[in-house]
Design a protein around this ligand. Structure first.
Ligand code: TPP
Ligand code: MG
Length: 807
């Protein structure tokens, strides 16, 4: 057997097995567990000898994961954490060689299909999509959503993965989607450490899954600790299943089925998982499996040793109740295998793991060695007359385990030191370096977005069409008609959020649509922003097209962890192996009060790279942006203008079809003296100011980028500056927030700096939040007066004679 062969486990159904068959299965399971333990031991050694930077392993958790793997079928999903290597090996989700490749950070999808070397070890993921972004048939695969490091961060998406099964089972209109489900039979398996159940996101998810009654199978690996902190600091009564007892279903109310089983008891584990998953799969009831008495033989990670915080009694207990020790004992006592055969099996397993590790290491180094040899030869060929080139090349040659960083750094140094000595050899090295830059860009910096054949940049641009006598309607009606048209076009669209179902959202964008499309497609949720987002991620990972609504942009903070850590990083951390085209819909900018007038754009821009950030100025533009997003497959955040729902707009005839391309800035008022760049609701204030400025003899050009990520791909801003030579950037974020981003894009990225004949300025809200009431708003956010005076001051600074000081 080669190291990359997958030794997977078999489902157990003892009733149909002969004792011989049973023995074979059990022995095979022991072998998987033992191999996994060897991988942990060797992995730790690899880190401690400096071949990898950090290691965290699944030792001590082997048996429950084998039991879980037995119940895991094709089409099922896992959303778990870094302890799950045995499960990953037992299901074939990861091979031992791939496990080592990830430990070494081998930057290749072939070597590390989970993350192409981008993630720390034991961060598992299967590849759901092809290179062009199209879906694979996920019903014939064992699926793992991509792990993230924040403890508990796997929970919200787990809810969505489970909820997808419910929709696939209950909504017959989805039956045409063959790649994602067979009658909603798929279970979403979650795993979490005992200590991480103290996170709020755990409780939020548990509650939501109980409310929704979805096939979610939650396993808690309880080893009594979270790094050094024991259970008494983590969990009331030190017992998570005990305190979750109120969730147990009974004859009066739906809820959970809760199980408790010891982590070293192989037969009990197999039986428990079979029973629990059967209920979960057939009845769509969430289950909780609390696995207790779990150990951690090597301590938490390579960062420290557990002897520092576990006393001798605990350490002795962990040795005795190590699940592999216990399984071994049970197998011998039950005459499943002889001691002699066990030792042979164990030796074989050790050799196999060692071989897998060696191959992974050699392939990792091999992937760099060609570049290294080429670099050495090319640097050596450079003439410098001072022996420096030979020295650089020699140093590189003398570094046996040189990483790419050392190779490229040597080349860059050689190019710097020969910058005054042009030669054919130098040109060759330069060309080689430029080629490598591209390869390395692909290895380390690519795929922030899926960039497949359904990229929003490839969506046809369809202009809005207006009837001669087009109707003026409230902005909310434009959105409503846009959603209606798209929901009838695409069965995959689903919208949910607080107050979104029955009343059709707080501003009635979805009014009447629940009764038209049903509760499965347009639905209310509890107040639970993290899991609203997670629900969206899980659904999108399984082929549906969720619109997850966060009621106000101010409350995005409650979901920002999940948006940033999970959704925004998904494509990057899997190198486009998974996609989750969730649309986060929210509203903001202009209501009143500390929590209803927010515009935390720098927070969003800083944390959500990997999402498209759309800030339409009115509902027509919003509809056009939605039409683009609904026809493409990348995640986005759309912030609608809170004060725009009741303003009248012209209704386009093709309200469900016309598109506004992302990154398409528009000049919404032409002018010659000064360019103002702003977005969203603020534009209306600026337009009002521009009228008065016109009367004062100042002609302002106003540019609306419409989306902040991507930003003005046609460089409308800098083109405007060519004409006006003056730039003012305005928004309602804090000083140096969103405006700093806009200024950087225009001045640095677009080269606007070279067009200026006056100091560029920003005008933002104050650093504090906005007080309630119109006066609070006036004295905090940019007002018409502020805009007029800031523009006037810039013109005065430029030509004081023509524009004398106001004050
Ligand atoms: C949000 C967050 N906080 C803190 C950490 C640091 N951290 C990593 S693992 C861990 C302990 C987790 O313990 P537990 O959930 O019991 O899992 P175990 O490692 O014991 O299997 C902590 C505190 C983190 N990764 N994420
Ligand atoms: Mg723990």
């Amino acid at each position: 057997m080669t190291p990359n062969t997958k030794l997977t486990t078999n489902p157990i159904d003892a009733s149909e097995l002969s004792f011989e068959d049973f023995k074979t299965i059990v022995i095979n399971d022991y072998k998987i567990a033992f191999e996994s333990r060897q991988a942990s031991l060797l992995g730790r050694r690899e880190v401690l000898t400096g071949k990898a930077k950090f290691g965290i392993f699944g030792d001590g958790k082997e048996l429950p994961q084998i039991a879980m793997a037995k119940a895991f079928k094709d089409g099922d999903w896992r959303s778990g954490y870094y302890r799950d290597q045995t499960f990953a090996f037992a299901t074939g989700i990861c091979t031992i060689k791939e496990f080592f490749a990830q430990l070494y950070a081998h930057a290749s999808v072939e070597a590390d299909p989970a993350s192409a070397g981008r993630q720390m070890n034991c961060h598992f993921a299967t590849r759901s999509i092809n290179e062009d972004g199209s879906w694979k048939d996920l019903t014939v695969m064992k699926n793992s959503s991509a792990d993230i490091a924040p403890t508990g961060g796997q929970m919200p998406r787990l809810l969505g993965l489970a909820y997808a099964s419910k929709l696939y089972r209950q909504n017959p209109e989805l039956s045409y989607l063959k790649n994602f489900s067979v009658n909603g039979n798929e279970v979403a398996f979650g795993t979490i450490g005992n200590a991480s159940t103290a996170e709020g996101v755990f409780f939020e998810t548990i509650n939501a899954a109980g409310v929704l009654q979805v096939p979610m199978a939650m396993s808690v690996w309880d080893d009594g600790y979270g790094i050094s902190v024991p259970a008494r600091y983590q969990t009331t009564k030190e017992d998570i299943s005990e305190i979750l007892k109120g969730f147990q279903r009974d004859e009066y109310a739906a809820g959970y089925e809760i199980f408790k089983v010891r982590g070293w008891d192989y037969p009990a584990l197999c039986e428990t998982y079979q029973k629990a998953i059967d209920i979960c799969r057939t009845e769509h009831v969430p289950v909780l499996i609390h696995v207790t008495e779990v150990t951690q033989p090597q301590g938490h990670s390579t960062s420290g040793s557990h002897e520092r915080y576990k006393d001798k009694k605990r350490l002795d207990w962990e040795k005795e109740f190590d699940c592999i020790v216990q399984m071994r004992k049970w197998m011998l006592e039950s005459a499943i295998i002889t001691e002699e055969d066990l030792v042979d099996l164990e030796n074989e397993a050790k050799t196999l793991v060692r071989q897998a590790q060696k191959e992974a290491w050699n392939e990792f180094l091999g992937s760099i060695s060609q570049e290294k040899e080429q670099a050495i030869a090319m640097i050596s060929a450079l003439e410098n007359g001072d022996g420096l080139m030979e020295k650089i090349a020699g140093q590189l040659a003398a570094t046996p385990d040189a990483l790419r960083k050392e190779v490229i750094s040597a080349v860059r140094k050689a190019l710097r030191l020969t910058l005054n000595k042009p030669s054919a050899e130098r040109t060759s090295l330069l060309n080689w370096y430029n080629d490598q830059k591209e390869f390395n860009e692909d290895r380390y910096n690519s795929k922030l977005f899926t960039e497949g054949k359904e990229s929003p940049s490839l969506v046809n641009h369809v202009p809005a069409v207006y009837a001669e006598q087009s109707k003026m309607v409230d902005g909310r009606e434009i959105l409503n008609k846009c959603f209606d048209s798209n929901f009838s076009r695409d069965q995959r669209l689903i919208a949910f959020g607080e107050d979104l179902g029955m009343i059709g959202d707080v501003n009635q964008g979805f009014a009447g649509l629940q009764s038209k499309y049903g509760e499965l497609r347009i639905t209310d949720t509890g107040i639970r922003e993290m899991t609203i987002v997670g629900q969206g991620i899980g659904l999108a990972l399984r082929g549906l097209r969720p619109i997850a609504e966060i009621q106000y942009v101010d409350y995005l903070l409650f979901a920002l962890n999940i948006l940033s850590d999970d959704l925004a990083s998904l494509s990057y951390r899997t190198k486009a192996g998974q996609k989750a085209p969730v649309i986060i819909r929210t509203r903001g900018h202009r209501l009143e009060g500390v929590w209803h007038s927010g515009s935390p754009i720098s927070m969003i821009l800083g944390s959500l790279r990997g999402l498209h950030i759309c800030v339409p100025r009115n509902m027509t533009q919003a509809a056009g942006i939605y039409n683009t997003l609904f026809r493409s497959d990348e995640p986005a955040l759309v912030i609608e203008c809170l004060n725009g729902y009741r303003l009248k707009e012209n209704l386009p005839e093709n309200v469900g079809e016309f598109t506004v391309p992302l990154g398409q800035a528009e000049i919404i008022r032409a002018g010659t003296d000064l360019t103002i760049v702003s977005y969203g609701s603020t534009l209306r204030i600026i337009e009002e100011a521009a009228e008065e400025l016109e009367k004062m003899g100042i002609s302002v050009e106003i540019v609306d980028p419409q989306t902040l990520l991507p930003f003005d791909t046609n460089k409308v801003c800098v083109t405007s500056l060519q004409k006006t030579n003056k730039l003012l950037v305005i928004d309602e974020d804090v000083p140096g927030g969103g405006t700093a981003y806009l200024a950087q894009q225009i001045l640095e990225v677009q080269g606007g700096y070279y067009m200026l004949d006056a100091q560029p300025k920003t005008l933002s809200a104050k650093a504090h939040r906005t007080p309630y009431g119109s006066d609070g708003d006036y004295f905090t956010k940019p007002s018409v007066d502020d805009v007029i005076e800031t523009v006037y001051q810039m013109m005065h600074d430029h030509n004081a004679a023509k524009f004398p000081s106001i004050y």
